[in-house]
Design a protein around this ligand. Sequence first.
Ligand SMILES: N[C@@H](CCC(=O)N[C@@H](CS)C(=O)NCC(=O)O)C(=O)O
Length: 212
Amino acid sequence: MSKIKLYDLIESQNGYKVRLALSNLKIDYELIPVDLMKGEHKKEWFLSLNPNGQIPVLLDDDFPIWESNAILLYLGRKFAPNNLIPQDVKKLGIMLEWVMFEATKLQPYLQPCRFMTTVGPRFIPNYKVDEAKLKDARDKSNFYLKILDNHLSKNNFIAGDYSMADIACYGQIYPSSEGGIDISGFKNIKAWQKKVESQPGYIEMRKIKTAV
Ligand SMILES: N[C@@H](CCC(=O)N[C@@H](CS)C(=O)NCC(=O)O)C(=O)O
């Protein structure tokens, strides 16, 4: 069994996607906290793992992989080729659509909402929020969440069965209230969240539990 290290920060929702997948898959790993406030992610040692200078980064023995959704697909292919990555080519296509949707439609708006509402004011001295930018990010988040909500009105999980698409979207949406986004009106997302939470190995964002 390879030795897995995860360079991450407990407050990162992108890191959470990976921690949730590792936990669902019962994969043991060592979590290595990266201090973003000290700029550790821009130091040479870190850039040699991820030239893009962002967490999360997973190190599988000596193989580094970055971009949370790429890590999910890597883990799925390596450790669970029969479930979290669908075998059926059409279901695989659907799963990939929504993994991309998470990266290009949810992440670019939900993440800044949280940053501007909670993370910036909490961690950056004299942080000033750009209200127009925040409003735009909240409007776009709600617009794209509605698209996911509609999809989930016809589907138990995003690609039929529980898959990496659910993990990617769930992890991104998990701290949305910290971005001032109210998902209580998205009934299908609410119901789907409960289904994700009942999957074996489920963990909350700020709980770190590696497999035994
Ligand atoms: N698209 C990337 C985004 C990663 C990302 O935004 N990481 C944040 C923490 S959640 C980070 O490292 N921010 C510091 C920076 O960008 O300088 C992914 O999904 O992994």
